[in-house]
Write a protein that binds this ligand. Structure first.
Ligand SMILES: Nc1ncnc2c1ncn2[C@@H]1O[C@H](COP(=O)(O)OP(=O)(O)OP(=O)(O)O)[C@@H](O)[C@H]1O
Length: 383
């Protein structure tokens, strides 16, 4: 293991003046595995379906002409079935896998142009990865495992122990500092990995299916932990999962992948309420819509005509929470923001959401969605 002195990243501070614009910006990204991969992007084979591409060239386009931005402070979920390209895409962001073509920028800096030193700094300071198997060091205590990332950064012993201790408390492991990884449950081990990634205070946390090996209850605990940490810190997170309910629960926005391409990118509500094609529609078919779709999307034009605002629903409340309110009011309930009536919802509108009947009006357009990382966006899907 090499020990380096603490590098001073020339990165805009998380909350600093330079912190405008997206964190990651990706344009026309390709990763092709196979012989002479470079001929595929933009070439005569670029549009072939995966099977045919493999048969004719021996190549697999794991990531296929993908473009997106990751906004500052959002939880950006990359979702798709096994083999759709999620891991390859996220590894291309820090060049753990070398892209074949396209542009990847972090804070406006060209990642593909980075030399080895700069790349190392990117992975250590700016975009820390939390893996499914955390690779905890078995002979070290919890505290020393958490401090490990700081140690390879060259942070002094007293400081790294203090910071590690802080992170141990943050992820709910206080009292277990001196245990070894084998003396911890799976969920606790995940927390150690999370604390280790947090300890280096990265600008972005990248999670590669971190919870897929956990049993459902512990998994739910960990998901709630991530939501809590995100709410407290507002740190940008990129989260890979093949689990739709996890994506809906955690994501401010979700990129849904199929065969290396992004078939839809949107908020959970946009994806569930307005699937881009039959593939996405099929994917979200079993989602309880009332747990994802907001009152804002369900309401119709109207005014309660007074200052009482019966029901007084917030526009970002989910439909499930509006049902008892409408029952209680015994008629249309008012949707209110800043003391102003935005519209009304009634039994019919709520039932239409549950039944999957599209009643959208221009007022429900996706541009109305709350900004990522806002308090509203924290009203994430409850599935
Ligand atoms: N080193 C490699 N060489 C050849 N093909 C690869 C390589 N790595 C990945 N692939 C292929 O690229 C495609 C995307 O793989 P990737 O691991 O990114 O998918 P994934 O969505 O993360 O899948 P999973 O959920 O199973 O981890 C798959 O068809 C896979 O077989």
């Amino acid at each position: 293991m090499t020990t380096t002195t603490t590098e001073q990243p020339a990165t805009p501070a998380k909350d600093g003046a330079g912190a405008e614009g997206p964190v990651f910006s990706v344009r026309g990204l390709w990763k092709v595995f196979g012989p002479r991969a470079g001929r595929i992007p933009g070439g005569e084979y670029a549009d072939l379906p995966p099977e045919e591409l493999r048969a004719r060239t021996g190549c697999t386009a794991a990531v296929r002409d993908v473009s997106f931005d990751v906004r500052r402070g959002e939880v950006f979920v990359v979702m798709g079935l096994s083999g759709s390209g999620k891991s390859t895409l996220v590894r291309c962001l820090t060049r753990l896998i070398e892209p074949t073509a396209g542009v990847v920028e972090i804070d406006g800096e060209d990642v593909r142009a980075m030399d080895r030193g700069r790349l190392r700094e990117l992975r250590r300071h700016r975009a820390a990865m939390v893996f499914q198997h955390f690779g905890l060091l078995p002979h070290r205590t919890v505290l020393d495992n958490v401090a490990y990332g700081l140690e390879i950064q060259g942070v002094g012993k007293a400081e790294r122990r203090a910071r590690a201790q802080e992170m141990v408390v943050k992820v709910g492991l206080a009292g277990l500092e001196q245990r070894r990884p084998t003396q911890l449950s799976g969920g606790q081990q995940q927390r150690v990995g999370l604390a280790r990634a947090l300890a280096v205070d990265p600008e972005v946390l990248l999670f590669d299916e971190p919870f897929s090996a956990l049993d459902p209850l512990i998994r739910r605990d960990m998901q709630e932990e991530v939501v809590r940490l995100h709410r407290e810190e507002g740190r940008t997170m990129i989260f890979i999962t093949h689990d739709l309910s996890e994506a809906l629960k955690l994501g401010d926005r979700i990129a849904l992948m199929r065969d290396g391409a992004i078939v839809q990118l949107g908020t959970p509500e946009e994806i569930v309420a307005h699937p881009a094609d039959d593939y996405v529609r099929d994917f979200v078919r079993d989602v309880p819509r009332e747990q994802v779709i907001s009152v804002r999307a369900a309401m119709r034009a109207g005014d309660c005509g007074g200052a009482d605002h019966p029901g007084a629903l917030a526009p970002d409340a989910i439909v499930a929470s509006a049902i008892p309110v409408v029952m209680d009011v015994g008629g249309a309930a008012c949707v209110v923001a800043d003391g102003r009536c935005l519209g009304v919802v009634d039994h019919e509108r709520l039932l239409a959401v549950v039944a999957g009947i599209d009643t959208s009006t221009p007022a429900d357009s996706p541009s109305e969605s709350p900004p990522a990382g806002s308090a509203q966006a924290e009203g994430k899907a409850a599935v």
